[in-house]
Design a protein around this ligand. Structure first.
Ligand SMILES: Nc1ncnc2c1ncn2[C@@H]1O[C@H](COP(=O)(O)OS(=O)(=O)O)[C@@H](OP(=O)(O)O)[C@H]1O
Length: 328
């Protein structure tokens, strides 16, 4: 008040007017900032990705009571979330309208951990998605993780799921080849695959074996999702006819068939199909060195024993999904 009084005494009227204008302008700005902050916190405005991540981390560090409170921060919605089991091959998006915004393993890891809030924050880690887009997330371990179906259905019951399956015997050998490349000292495939080989007792506690018992995992998913929400991609056909498999994936997602034959070519050196022109560059692109490695040689008898072992599981799986993947 003293200031106002003094200033009104010594400052001429025109100056007083401009000061009043500056004062009102500053107040308006502060008010706008306040409104913006309130809207942002309630999720009405989509916050940017970095802000989301920061907030998720902040919330993660709060006490356990707070962790169970509804978070306003992880509210980014998506039409569908797509989860694939096996391969990155179906995740590479050739050029075309950006129908799918994809988030990599960062978000996936988040949801793999335990905790209610983390599932919510998982949403916040997804990229921003327009109505015309589908957010896709790929986490191979979801299909075989007990808690995953419940958590995902809690997040969104209408999620569409994509699982890439291949012959479980080949899958086990591929899995072992990959582990061996990282840990060369592990026991032989035979030692790990059997509890007692002469009696044909397969060790189902070994992950490389357990994962291939698809029907058991599927039964777990079917407690939370309808079969029509799950699409199975043939890992074998993904190699021999990638466009055909991608066509079916697009149909399943309700997308126009944009990815077709003309997006792929067979790379003789790699021995696999590659993309002619991926989204991120103008150069053709094959999957990395760790995809499509030469497998460890396994005794034919061992392969036969494992085929026998998997047969009943495969039969039930084919019956359940209504499709014979011809793994015999
Ligand atoms: N186009 C193309 N290029 C290379 N590889 C291809 C392709 N399509 C399918 N595959 C098969 O994908 C297998 C690798 O999948 P992964 O299970 O390692 O993928 S992931 O790590 O879960 O993303 C990989 O298995 P391995 O051959 O055992 O390496 C391939 O057989």
């Amino acid at each position: 008040m003293a200031y106002r009084f003094l200033s009104s005494r010594i400052v001429p009227p025109s100056n007083r007017l401009s000061r009043r204008f500056i004062f009102i302008f500053t107040i308006s700005l502060s008010f706008m900032y306040l409104c913006y902050s309130i809207l942002l916190c309630s999720g009405t405005i989509m916050p940017n990705q970095r802000l989301e991540e920061h907030r998720c981390v902040r919330l993660k560090n709060m006490g356990s009571k707070k962790l169970l409170q509804k978070s306003h921060y992880c509210t980014i919605s998506a039409k569908a979330r797509v989860i694939s089991d096996e391969t990155r091959a179906s995740q590479e998006i050739p050029p075309g309208p950006p129908l799918i915004g994809s988030k990599g393993k960062g978000a996936a890891k988040h949801n793999n951990q335990k905790g209610h809030l983390k599932v919510k924050c998982h949403r916040g880690l997804m990229p921003r998605t327009l109505d015309s887009q589908i957010t896709m997330e790929k986490t191979p371990s979801y299909f075989v993780t007990r808690e995953a179906p419940r958590r995902i259905s809690n997040m969104s019951r209408e999620t569409k799921l994509i699982v890439v399956v291949r012959n479980p015997v080949t899958r086990a050998i591929s899995d072992y080849t990959q582990t061996l490349s990282k840990k060369p000292d592990i026991p032989s495939f035979e030692e790990l695959a059997f509890k007692n080989r002469s009696q044909g007792m397969v060790d189902t506690s070994w992950n490389a074996i357990r994962i291939g018992m698809y029907i058991l995992h599927l039964e777990n998913w079917l407690q939370y999702f309808r079969l029509s929400q799950i699409h199975f991609v043939s890992g074998e056909r993904l190699i021999t006819d990638p466009a055909g498999e991608m066509g079916r994936v697009q149909d399943f997602l309700g997308l126009k068939r944009i990815i077709t034959d003309k997006h792929f070519y067979f790379n003789r050196t790699k021995g696999f199909p590659c993309l002619k022109k991926p989204e991120s560059s103008s150069q053709p692109r094959c999957l990395g060195k760790s995809k499509g490695r030469t497998h460890v040689q396994i005794d034919q008898e061992v392969i036969e024993q494992l085929r026998e072992f998997y047969r009943p599981f495969n039969v039930k799986f084919f019956e359940m999904v209504g499709h014979d993947f011809r793994w015999d």
